[in-house]
Design a protein around this ligand. Structure first.
Ligand SMILES: [Zn+2]
Length: 467
């Protein structure tokens, strides 16, 4: 509850693209991002007359895994329905979705301290994409349609209005992304359009039980935009109500460039879509044995894994690693091979997660041992790690080939330190005269002459020679 007497009420619809090779009702492959327009289409997803849609089992499985991870009930029967509307990116004139018998209902997810109830998770198909081009000056407008995305499977995860702030909405979406990735249901990459959020927002006087009029924000495609768009919308609604106005129930968009929401259209009601059962697909009877098999095979969920990891590392590190199944597996396997937990966590967060490329647990453990023993520097370690990921070769092979191994031989380092002092008489005199920061110039020259010199031993020798 906010301090100004208003309570914020947010429900969320999240669309995520199930991880499948082909589209929802035909054999077309999922188009890569930069595919030329209309090259991943067939009679079915173009909506030509007389074709028959066949549901994609992998998409159904992805929804069931997600629903089970969200503690949903899976009804015995489910069916597809036609959602009828006319739009140029939907040549069929209807979208196949699910209306009154969704694939799952009544779940929940923990978001920090809050339990957010999940109303339903259902399966539907995506539409095509419109591309507008034109010459503003001569008012010559052209619109193109790309149907590569038409018929791509989408699951819709609908929450109850249990979220209470813009920050919490962002956390909820991040938690869902981690869950989708962990169970392998979706890559859920918002930048690639594989996950998008549609929050509905209303405010009410603190203590009131009645819900205020809500607005719905469409197609938010980053966590940052989600947080900002909701924060803006909450402030806008407060101003409208405090100045005696009424919030209009409508769909609004988010302008990234102007950082504000804007009215798009008044909200459609369900009856506007004339839903009716899809006559070309018989109702599905979900096999209980299959569902129990999926339930039994669910991996450890992010919230549980985070709690377990937090026992051995700082909470922020545990949050990041525990929310990503690949990173968490890598962490645990590298530690099992003898890598120290703290260093492994740090390297995964600082080097591996940002690069998006995973080394093998063996190679990571070997690399951390070499850095820990001081046989290579941290900087060299970073390069070796990246090269190991690219080539699959072991860190030891790469270090040997580059001659990276640090020089720790005292007589060799002493010659080097003497040469550095001879070449920098002013810095040496400054240091002896009490200017401690002159050591930096001496060390810099030393590193330039011999990048592989063990910096700790070299510094000790310089100090000894100057003392
Ligand atoms: Zn197709």
């Amino acid at each position: 509850m906010s301090s100004d007497g208003w309570e914020v009420v947010i429900g969320m619809e999240v669309h995520a693209q199930p991880r499948t090779r082909s589209k929802m009702f035909c054999g077309c492959a999922i188009a890569p991002l930069n595919a030329p327009p209309n090259t991943y289409v067939c009679e079915v997803c173009l909506g030509l007359p007389g074709v028959l849609p066949v549901p994609n089992k992998a998409a159904v499985e992805a929804v069931l895994k997600t629903a089970l991870a969200l503690n949903c009930e899976i009804p015995q029967h489910t069916k597809f329905d036609r959602k009828n509307y006319m739009y140029p990116d939907l040549p069929k004139g209807y979208q196949i979705s699910q209306y009154d018998l969704p694939m799952s209902v009544n779940g929940s997810i923990e978001v920090g301290e809050r339990k957010v109830r999940i109303r339903r998770v259902h399966l539907e198909e995506d539409t095509g994409k419109l591309i507008h081009a034109g010459d503003k000056l001569h008012k010559a407008w052209e619109s193109y349609v790309d149907l590569n995305r038409a018929g791509v499977p989408l699951m819709e995860i609908v929450s109850e209005p249990d979220i209470r702030s813009a920050d919490e909405a962002r956390e909820y979406a991040m938690e869902l992304q981690a869950l989708l990735r962990t169970v392998g249901a979706s890559d859920a990459d918002m930048e690639k359009g594989q996950m998008r959020a549609e929050p509905n927002i209303s405010i009410r006087r603190a203590g009131s039980e009645e819900l205020g009029v809500k607005t719905e924000l469409k197609n938010i495609n980053s966590f940052r935009a989600l947080q900002r768009a909701i924060a803006f919308e909450v402030e806008r609604q407060k101003q409208v109500l405090e100045s005696g106005g009424a919030v209009a129930q409508e769909t609004r968009g988010w302008s990234e460039s102007e950082q504000r929401t804007f009215s798009q259209r008044s909200k459609e009601l369900a009856e506007d879509y004339r839903y009716f059962p899809e006559p070309d697909i018989p109702p599905l009877e979900l096999d209980r044995e299959w569902i129990e098999k999926l339930r039994g095979a669910l991996p450890e969920l992010p919230s549980v894994r985070r709690a377990r990891l937090a026992a051995t590392m700082p909470p922020s590190v545990a949050f990041l690693i525990g929310g990503d199944r690949d990173l968490a597996d890598l962490f645990e396997q590298a530690v099992a091979k003898g890598a120290p937990a703290a260093a492994t966590g740090t390297w995964i967060v600082n080097e591996i997660a940002p690069s998006g490329k995973l080394p093998s647990p063996d190679n990571l453990a070997e690399l951390l041992r070499m850095v820990g023993e001081g046989s290579i520097t941290r900087d060299q370690g970073r390069e070796v790690l990246m090269e190991s990921v690219e080539t699959g070769r072991t860190p030891a092979e790469i270090v040997a080939e580059h001659g990276y191994a640090q020089v720790s031989d005292e007589s060799e380092l002493r010659v080097l330190a003497e040469a550095v002092i001879d070449a920098n008489p002013k810095a040496a005199a400054d240091y002896r005269g009490g200017k401690k920061q002159a050591m930096q110039a001496l060390m810099a020259d030393l590193r330039k002459r011999a990048p592989q010199a063990n910096p700790k031993l070299a510094m000790e020798l310089l100090l000894k020679l100057l003392g």
